[in-house]
Write a protein that binds this ligand. Sequence first.
Ligand SMILES: [Mg+2]
Length: 169
Amino acid sequence: MRHTLPGVAVLPLLFLDVDGPLLPFGGDIAHHGPDHANPLLARLDPMHGPWLAALPCELVWATTWMDDANDLLVPLLGLPRLPVVTWQDDREAETADARRGLHWKTRGLAAWAGGRPFAWVDDEIGENDRAWTARHHPQALLHRVDPRRGLTDTDYLALDAWLRARQPC
Ligand SMILES: [Mg+2]
């Protein structure tokens, strides 16, 4: 978890899921580049690297790929290694959140962000996650991506507009 001193100018965060937003799944997926040891990686469009790098934010992995996102995806995307969100292994809290219809990432991302505005890009965001986050961390954009297509131009435009409106002065 990170905390930011009040008044310190920092970029908004962008928490990035991998399966769905960067690695779409479904019947009709375009394949990019050579064969990889992990066949999922053939679904990665390397152009996501420059598109993500152009967003005015600090990128953070928020994915079950954990450090594999840095080891396997970052070289293909041409990005620097990114911070990785880790979640506490708290079965009781997870069960309570699941009962309330909250995604298992939701509470941890708000905690990790501390006082910083954040966008969260994921294909599993639901209405309960939006409602909970609106109450507990109002400076957040929960942006759901269609996992059949992954991040599209429309998604990037929406994220860019939201992030630009939350730049430090
Ligand atoms: Mg996903």
